[in-house]
Design a protein around this ligand. Structure first.
Ligand code: ASP
Length: 333
C-alpha cells in the first residue's frame, strides 16, 4: 500500500484522475499528515492490537471484519482470544496475582457511538471484556467494580472459575521469597491487550483487558479499564489504546490526548509520540525502568504507535495480511 501511495505522490496525479475504490481515494488525501513512523494502513477493514499476543489474537477480529462484521464484535473477539489463553501471565485468569495472591482483572470497551463499559477489580471471571460490554449495553452505568461487577457477571450468564493457576501461584510464591512485599513497575511484569478496529462501514471501536501489574497492591486499578486513559474512541477522528505503566497513562489521560491530537491533525504515530513525550517530560514519577506505549488508528485507516522505551510491538491485520511491527520509541538504550 505504501508503494501505491508514493506512486500517487510521485506522479502528482489528482485523486479524481485515478480509478480508485472509495477508501483509496480517502487515503490519497492523507499525504500531508503522514509521518515516517505511520505504517501504511489505508485498507478498510483493519484491526490492530498491542504486543505479540495481539498479533495472534487479531485473527479472531479479522474473521469478523473480513465477513463484514462490526468493529465492536471484532475488538471484543480479539480481546476474548487472549483472555481465554491461560498461559498468558498478564491478561485473564491465567495471569500473575497481586501481592496478596488474588488475580484481579480490569477491562473496558467503547463503540463508534460513544457507548462504553468497564469493569475493574473483577475476580474469577474468564471474560472481563464481555462483562464490560454487558455493562455498556445493559446498564445505565459505565463502570462496575469488584464484587458488584462479579455479581453482575454471574447474573448475566458468566460463571466462576478458579484463579490463580498452579503456575501463577508458584511464580507468586517465588516472588514472595525474593521480594519485600513491594509492588514494582518493571519491564517484564505487565502487558495489556489493547485493540482498536475499523470496519467496512468506516466505524471504529476499541477494547482493552488486563490483569494489570503483577504483584500490585490489592485493590490497585491501572489505566486499562478507564475510558480516556487505557482506551478512547471518537468515530469522527480515531481510536487509541495504551499499555505499560498505567499510573503514567492515567496522569495524562493518555488515549484521550492521543485522539484529541489526531483531531488537531497529528498523524497516529506523532500523536502517540507526543503522549509519550508528555509523560517523559512532565511526570513526577516516570523513570526509565517503565515502558509506556500507545497505539492509534485514525478514521481514514492510518495507524501508528510509539513507546517511551524500546520493546513495544503491535500486530496489524488488514487486507495485506497479518504482521507484527516494532513501535518507534523515544528513550535510547
Ligand atoms: N497498563 C496496564 C496497567 O497498568 C499494564 C500494562 O499494560 O502493562 O494495569
Amino acid at each position: 500500500m505504501k508503494s501505491r501511495r508514493s506512486f500517487i505522490k510521485k506522479l502528482g496525479l489528482s485523486v479524481a484522475a485515478l480509478p480508485l475504490a472509495g477508501s483509496m481515494v480517502k487515503a490519497a488525501t492523507l499525504e500531508s499528515n503522514a509521518d515516517e513512523n505511520d505504517q501504511g494502513g489505508i485498507n478498510q477493514p483493519i484491526v490492530i492490537s498491542t504486543w505479540p499476543f495481539g498479533k495472534i489474537a487479531n485473527q479472531a477480529g479479522w474473521d469478523i471484519l473480513s465477513k463484514g462484521g462490526t468493529a465492536l464484535d471484532a475488538v471484543e473477539s480479539t480481546a476474548r482470544f487472549v483472555e481465554a489463553d491461560l498461559s498468558q501471565k498478564s491478561v485473564g485468569l491465567g495471569a500473575l496475582p497481586d501481592r496478596d495472591g488474588f488475580v484481579t482483572l480490569d477491562a473496558c470497551i467503547m463503540d463508534e457511538k460513544g457507548n462504553c463499559g468497564s469493569v475493574m477489580f473483577l475476580e474469577n471471571i474468564l471474560h472481563p471484556i464481555s462483562v464490560a460490554r454487558l455493562v455498556m449495553e445493559k446498564t445505565p452505568h459505565i463502570q462496575l467494580v469488584g464484587e458488584g461487577a462479579q455479581q453482575f457477571a454471574l447474573n448475566n450468564g458468566h460463571t466462576k472459575h478458579d484463579a490463580p493457576t498452579e503456575s501463577s501461584k508458584k511464580s507468586w510464591e517465588d516472588w514472595k521469597k525474593k521480594n519485600n512485599y513491594e509492588p514494582q513497575h518493571g519491564l517484564d511484569n505487565h502487558d495489556t491487550i489493547g485493540v482498536v478496529a475499523l470496519d467496512k462501514n468506516g466505524n471504529l471501536s476499541g477494547a482493552c483487558t488486563t490483569s494489570g501489574l503483577a504483584y500490585k497492591m490489592h485493590g490497585r486499578v491501572g489505566d486499562s479499564p478507564i475510558i480516556g486513559a487505557g482506551l478512547f474512541v471518537d468515530n469522527e477522528v480515531g481510536a487509541a489504546t495504551a499499555t505499560g505503566t498505567g499510573e503514567e497513562v492515567i496522569r495524562i489521560c493518555g488515549t484521550h490526548l492521543v485522539v484529541e491530537l489526531m483531531r488537531q491533525g497529528y498523524s497516529p504515530a506523532n500523536a502517540c509520540k507526543e503522549a509519550c513525550n508528555r509523560i517523559i517530560k512532565k511526570s513526577p514519577k516516570y523513570n526509565k525502568d517503565m515502558i509506556i506505549g500507545f497505539l492509534a488508528l485514525n478514521k481514514k485507516g492510518e495507524y501508528g504507535a510509539y513507546s517511551t522505551k524500546k520493546g513495544f510491538q503491535y500486530g496489524v491485520y488488514d487486507n495485506s495480511g497479518s504482521v507484527l511491527k516494532d513501535a518507534a520509541f523515544i528513550e535510547k538504550e
